[in-house]
Write a protein that binds this ligand. Structure first.
Ligand code: SF4
Length: 375
């Protein structure tokens, strides 16, 4: 059974300075060509994997809301006609960007079954938005939130970027406070990172920008936890906060190692021990023929479940994930248990009610813990 559907809408109206996601500039012709290519891809997936009964759908990208009304309607229809949007769907998220979303598009999405919006705002400071290469303003954010609310969405969230060079702790607190003042159900906070091929990477290499060091980053992320926590948003994953019951089910499902199908260029899929990623280029996106496929070995499956599982506050049930990977009572198990107990002794892990979780200090050193746990 495939729990989740992810569709990568590959269009943006420019390139943010930090972004390495696959996207191309939107044009009406490109939108039409992409939609025409998505249909056979979805139908091929349906013939391969049987009738769809997804629990979650996620429209990401790129910028789904850059599509004009008629093409957005075509995309939503396509999902419905291929059986993607049946009664089994509990959560259907669309990403949206301020500046490209409006009340009509939101109402259209809502009537098709979308019940969750994730708005990429990144900052509530126009200077920082320009520095990041965003193409919207704080005023656009407020207009987008008003549109989301007036279209009747109760479950919506904001994405923020932490650790932007030149942004003081006070200025970061202002952004966090501006975010919580809007009373979102969900907030994602990702530290700015340098991805190869981005303008940020080039600026860094040219020495015109210096990213925050590890300690400064931790301080900014702790500040996020403090402000968001005080506003009733619990940290349920290292980078994600939500009001109780409004965690992103689609992402939780992927992090728990459940199956998901990705459609569109650059989208990844996982079905059983098969994992594949569609090629991230326009030609392949249109033909859907090029993808890199690998067979997850039990060991790699275990590594993935450990790394993603420990990022979540719920942690992992070692017995359950070893069984899911076919490694219960294998020689790996004893070694892994020994490492977990050692990490517990070092104050990085804690075992509670049969689940292993990172301590706050372990969360700060999550990458180190992940390396230690590599079987
Ligand atoms: S809008 Fe999103 S996907 Fe598009 S360039 Fe910016 S960060 Fe990347």
């Amino acid at each position: 059974m495939i729990e989740g559907l992810y569709i990568h809408v590959p269009f943006c109206d420019g390139k943010c300075h930090y972004c390495a996601f696959y996207s191309v500039p939107y044009s009406r012709e490109k939108g039409a060509a992409w939609l025409a290519s998505l249909k056979p891809e979805a139908e091929a997936a349906r013939s391969e994997f049987g009738p769809f009964a997804f629990s979650t759908i996620f429209l990401g990208g790129g910028t789904p809301t850059i599509l004009p009304m008629d093409q957005l309607a075509e995309l939503l229809d396509l999902i419905r006609c291929t059986g993607g949007a049946g009664d089994s769907v509990i959560e259907w998220t669309s990403e949206a960007n301020p500046g490209s979303v409006d009340c009509d598009k939101l109402k259209l999405m809502k009537s098709a079954g979308v019940n969750r919006i994730s708005l990429g705002v990144q900052s509530f400071d126009d200077r920082v938005l320009r520095q990041l290469g965003r193409r919207h303003t704080v005023q656009d954010i407020h207009a987008a939130v008003r549109a989301i609310q007036s279209a009747g969405f109760m479950n919506w969230g904001l994405d923020l970027i932490a650790c932007v060079p030149g942004v003081s702790a006070e200025a970061w607190r202002d952004t966090l406070c501006a975010a919580v003042a809007l009373e979102p159900a969900h907030v994602s906070v990702y530290a700015l990172t340098r991805e190869e091929g981005t303008r940020l990477d080039r600026d860094h290499q040219a020495g015109t920008i210096t990213l925050l060091d590890d300690d400064e980053q931790l301080r900014m992320l702790e500040l996020a936890e403090e402000v968001l926590g005080a506003a009733g948003l619990s940290r349920y994953e290292i980078s994600n906060y939500a009001r109780p019951g409004l965690e992103c089910r689609h992402n939780l499902s992927c992090w728990r190692g459940e199956n998901y199908l990705g459609l569109g260029g650059a989208a990844s899929s996982r079905v059983g021990n098969r994992r594949w990623t569609n090629a991230a280029d326009w030609g392949s996106a249109l033909t859907g023929v090029s993808r890199e496929e690998e067979s997850l070995t039990p060991r790699n499956d275990l590594v993935e479940r450990l790394v993603f599982g420990l990022r979540m506050t719920e942690g992992i049930d070692l017995e359950v994930i070893l069984t899911a990977c076919g490694l219960a009572r294998s020689p790996l198990e004893a070694g892994l248990r020994k490492t977990l107990i050692r990490l517990e002794g070092e104050g990085l892990m804690v075992s509670l009610e049969g689940r292993w979780r990172l301590t706050p200090r372990g969360r700060d050193l999550a990458d180190h813990v992940a390396v230690e746990l590599m079987p």
